[in-house]
Design a protein around this ligand. Structure first.
Ligand code: ZN
Length: 195
C-alpha cells in the first residue's frame, strides 16, 4: 500500500503538479503548497492509474454516469467514464453568470440517472456542492464523489461519500497570520495566473 502511495506522489513530482512556495488561494488564504492537477491530467496514461482507484466507487454506487464541474473536470469525467465501461456516460456542469453551476448542452435527459461526481482536488468541497445541486436540478441522483487529491483536514465532513486517490491535507492561513508573509523571503504567487 505504501509503495502505491509513493507512486502517486511520484506522479505529482514527475508532472510538476505539486508546487511549494507561497501561494494566494482563491479563498483569500495563503498556503505553502499548490496543486496544479491539470498538469497531471495532461498525462493520460499516468492519469489512468489514478482513475482506476476511483472505478470501484463508481460501480459500488451503481452510477450510470460520471459528472464533474467544467472546465477542470471535463476531461476527468470523460476519462473516468471510459474506464468504467460501455454504458457509463460522461457529463459535466458549467458555471452560470450568478456563480452557481448548471447542466446544459442538452445533457438534461441523459442526466436523469445515478451520477458519480468527480473533481481533481477537493479543498472545501464548494464546487462539488454546486455541481451536486446542478445535477439534482435536472433529475440526477448523486451517488458519491471521487477526487484525485483530498486536501481537506482529516476531520472534514461532507454530505456525500468521498473517495480519494491521495490525501494531502493543506496548510493554509489568513494573510495576517501567514508565517511566509512574516518571514518575507518568498514572493506571493497567484497560482491561477500561471501559464
Ligand atoms: Zn502569506
Amino acid at each position: 500500500m505504501r509503495e502505491v502511495h509513493q507512486d502517486f506522489l511520484g506522479d505529482l513530482t514527475a508532472t510538476d503538479s505539486l508546487l511549494s512556495g507561497h501561494f494566494a488561494m482563491t479563498s483569500g488564504r495563503h498556503s505553502d503548497s499548490f496543486l496544479l492537477l491539470p498538469r497531471l491530467v495532461a498525462h493520460p496514461a499516468r492519469l489512468a492509474r489514478w482513475l482506476d482507484k476511483l472505478v470501484p466507487a463508481v460501480t459500488a454506487g451503481e452510477a450510470e454516469a460520471v459528472g464533474g464541474p467544467a472546465l477542470g473536470a471535463v476531461a476527468l469525467a470523460w476519462a473516468l467514464a471510459h474506464r468504467v465501461g460501455d454504458d457509463c456516460l460522461a457529463l459535466y456542469a458549467e458555471k452560470t453568470a450568478d456563480g452557481a453551476m448548471a447542466v446544459r448542452r442538452g445533457f438534461g435527459p441523459l442526466a436523469r440517472r445515478r451520477v458519480f461526481l468527480v473533481e481533481d482536488a477537493m479543498t472545501t468541497g464548494g464546487s462539488l456542492l454546486k455541481t451536486q445541486e446542478a445535477f439534482e436540478a435536472v433529475g440526477s441522483t448523486v451517488a458519491g464523489v471521487g477526487v484525485l487529491v483530498d486536501r481537506r483536514a482529516p476531520d472534514a465532513a461532507f454530505p456525500l461519500p468521498v473517495t480519494s486517490v491521495l490525501r494531502l491535507p493543506m496548510a493554509s492561513w489568513p494573510p495576517e497570520a501567514c508565517p511566509l508573509c512574516q518571514a518575507g523571503t518568498l514572493p506571493l504567487v497567484h497560482p491561477k495566473q500561471l501559464a
